[in-house]
Ligand binder design. Structure first.
Ligand code: NAD
Length: 346
């Protein structure tokens, strides 16, 4: 079996984890690495990852030097949440004739919020004979693909309600700021109004994937974001929250068909939920025939699962027909534990 040759683009929290996981998989080989950080440029990837050995791959900030389709089968890009910020890089990858997996939240269903860019990516990928996929733990898995898969035996689905209750404590400053953690309730509301606090990125994408996969005909999506106000002191290495301040954001996305609610996704994210006896978990409730209730406690670990799903999708993306794909368009993801996992049929 010839290993699939991988270029890792973005070596932050997620990208470096994906690179380490790729190193562990005999069916995959890291052949190039790109990151814009000046302190990484020119260093051996092994040094940047801290794996205690040289890998013979120099990190570059010049992607054009390594985007060679004769040497790279697929790029995994982990740089930003926003498609508009990633589109220039995605164009370079597709125009080089190389497959791509992005974990940008907006790429999980690019058409949901960026229909023109989605059409452009689809035609660029088809023109160059390659596949591009958006994925991640959420959006990309827990609150969309898993929901869709659970309806696989259903005769009828009237309404879906799913929630992911998670702990933000392991994350850094960017996440704290985008969720409004450590602000006052007034500053939180001002941040929502001016767009500096966004909560979760991905509800329009997840709702659209579920609706499209089942044919639920959602024609309107509404979102609400409320501060989770702490009753106790909570602290992480990056933020301290006094009682009365904001410990997180409770974000809800609802999909309607006409006036009828058909999909409700609930995602309260906060630091140290345990300090107020809040258990974490993933919960999916499907109302119809049959009624289905799934609960996973604690929640599927976000960072581990994002790294895992991006890497596990590599063989499926390389084997897929050309074009822009969503997780609902490809075979189900599976851990890459042995040779047969690398040759599944599409
Ligand atoms: P991070 O900030 O730790 O890392 C980003 C890295 O990309 C940095 O090293 C930065 O130098 C590099 N970078 C940024 N723009 C670049 C460019 N144009 N060219 C080269 N390098 C560039 O972020 P992270 O925690 O690794 O997450 C990456 C993105 O993935 C975030 O936007 C995050 O929200 C998203 N994400 C999505 C999911 C999902 O479920 N879909 C899950 C986790 C993270």
């Amino acid at each position: 079996m010839n290993p699939i040759r991988v270029l890792q683009w973005g070596l932050g929290a997620m990208g470096s984890g994906m690179a380490k996981l790729t190193l562990d998989k005999p069916g995959l080989k890291i052949v190039a690495a790109v990151d814009g950080r000046p302190d990484y440029t020119g260093k051996d990837l092994g040094e940047v990852l801290g794996v205690g050995k040289q890998l013979g791959v120099k990190v570059t900030n010049r992607p054009e030097d390594v985007l060679n389709k004769h040497e790279v089968d697929i790029v995994i890009i982990a740089t930003t949440s926003w498609l508009k910020d990633q589109i220039a890089d995605l164009r370079k990858i597709l125009n080089a004739g190389i497959n791509c997996i992005s974990i940008a939240e907006e790429m999980s269903d690019a058409e949901a919020q960026n229909p023109e860019l989605a059409r452009e990516l689809d035609s660029l990928a088809k023109k160059n004979g390659v596949t591009i996929l958006g994925t991640g733990v959420n959006p990309g898995f827990v609150l969309d693909l898993l929901v869709v898969a659970l309806t696989g035996g259903s005769h009828n689905v009237e309404r879906i309600e799913a929630s992911r209750v998670n702990d933000l404590s392991p994350y850094g400053t960017t996440v704290m700021n985008s969720q409004g953690v450590g602000t006052t309730p007034e500053a939180f509301r001002a941040g929502i109004a001016d767009g500096s606090i966004v909560g979760h990125v991905g509800f329009p994408e997840s709702i659209r994937m579920i609706s499209d996969a089942l044919g639920l005909g959602v024609d309107r999506i509404e979102q609400t974001r409320e501060p989770i106000i702490s009753k106790v002191r909570r602290e992480t290495p990056y933020v301290a929250v006094e009682p009365g301040m904001v410990a997180g954001c409770s974000h809800i996305g609802v999909g309607y068909r006409g006036s009828q609610e058909v999909i409700r996704l609930i995602h309260p994210q906060q630091i140290h939920p345990n300090l107020e006896n809040q258990e974490t978990g993933d919960y999916i409730n499907i109302y119809g025939k049959p009624e289905i209730h799934m609960s996973i406690k604690p929640e599927i670990a976000g960072g581990i699962a994002t790294e895992g799903i991006a890497v596990n999708m590599i063989p499926l993306v390389v084997a897929a027909t050309p074009g822009l794909k969503r997780m609902i368009d490809l075979p189900v993801p599976a851990a890459l534990m042995g040779e047969s996992a690398y040759s599944r049929r599409n």
